[in-house]
Design a protein around this ligand. Structure first.
Ligand SMILES: [Fe+2]
Length: 305
């Protein structure tokens, strides 16, 4: 029923975006990334990889993380929609909101059927796609790791944003990511958002500097997989940046390590899902119930989520 109280309110409250599909990073040393991905994380190198592009698998998709030569920064974040109709509608909505959107013609290169791109207010390159290619061969983790993906997507990314108000307008009002909660990190508050039952696929924290990715998260199916990987890292396989701990908001048991790019990786287990029918947003006064002690010189933004 439409009445004066509801007139003018948006009819659509859920995002057209289904999940975090993929991320693209750069690194000065692709060999270091190859070793980090396989020997530490347990990711599989995709047969589609080339000398100039390392493509990494975490599940049956042909790839989930790409690494190309560069200074270590994030090159793109790929958000998945259900199909062509949703992609066309999203393109129209971005355009109507004044966001420049185009088709870069790189769907084949990304291994997807359709793709458009737009920049968020901080200048991060976002890609929206559908029809991802599955791998030719079954996913086999070199370390026997099972990653939690499926309808929860790859995991999550946490980006530092120079202008939180602008970023919230873009991600909440235009893309319609839903607020999960806020977490007080001390000098600032971070915002966590979801697009599917994963507690957060995307979080943002204010940063006076340029936009950057603080970390991405990989969730594994078993606490022992986290523990064994933690052993490898504490034995020196990769720089530990935050000790094992449990987050207040998604209650994930995880640790953080430095990747060969300019970001960290969170490696965790048992994040709690969100049911939108019953979820209420809260503010947490600290990021962790226990642990997550910062031990290394990670890139400048917050430890959390
Ligand atoms: Fe995280």
């Amino acid at each position: 029923m439409t009445n004066s109280a509801t007139a003018g309110l948006p009819a659509r409250t859920s995002s057209r975006i289904r999940s975090l599909g993929y991320i693209g990073l750069t690194a000065t040393d692709l060999d270091a990334w190859r070793t980090f991905a396989t020997d530490v994380c347990g990711l599989q190198i995709s047969a589609r990889s080339t000398e100039e592009q390392l493509l990494l698998r975490a599940d049956e998709r042909s790839w989930r993380i790409s690494v190309t030569p560069g200074d270590g920064r994030l090159t793109h974040v790929g958000w998945e929609v259900a199909g062509k109709e949703e992609l066309d509608l999203l393109a129209a909505e971005l355009d109507a909101a004044g966001v420049a959107v185009d088709d870069p013609g790189t769907a084949d290169e990304r291994g997807v059927t359709g793709l458009i791109r737009a920049k968020d207010p901080a200048g991060n390159q976002l890609e929206f796609f559908y029809g991802a290619k599955m791998g030719l061969d079954p996913f086999v983790s070199p370390r026997g790791i099972t990653f939690v993906t499926g309808d929860q997507g790859l995991g999550h990314v946490v980006l530092a944003m120079p202008d939180m108000a602008e970023a919230q307008r873009f991600y909440l009002d235009i893309l319609r990511f839903r607020v999960s909660d806020w977490v007080n990190m001390g000098p600032f508050t971070a915002l966590f958002t979801h697009v599917n039952p994963r507690h957060h696929s995307f979080a943002m924290a204010p940063s006076p500097g340029p936009a950057m990715m603080h970390h991405f998260m990989l969730e594994v199916a078993d606490l022992d997989m986290v523990g064994r990987t933690y052993d490898l890292v504490t034995d020196g396989a990769a720089p530990l940046t935050s000790t094992l701990g449990k987050h207040t908001n998604d209650q994930m048991v995880s640790f953080y390590m430095q990747t060969p790019s300019a970001c960290q990786a969170e490696y965790g287990w048992s994040g709690r899902p969100i049911d939108d029918a019953t979820w209420t947003t809260v503010v947490h006064d600290k990021p962790s119930i226990w642990g997550h002690r910062q031990v290394g010189p990670g890139p400048g933004a917050p430890q959390g989520g």
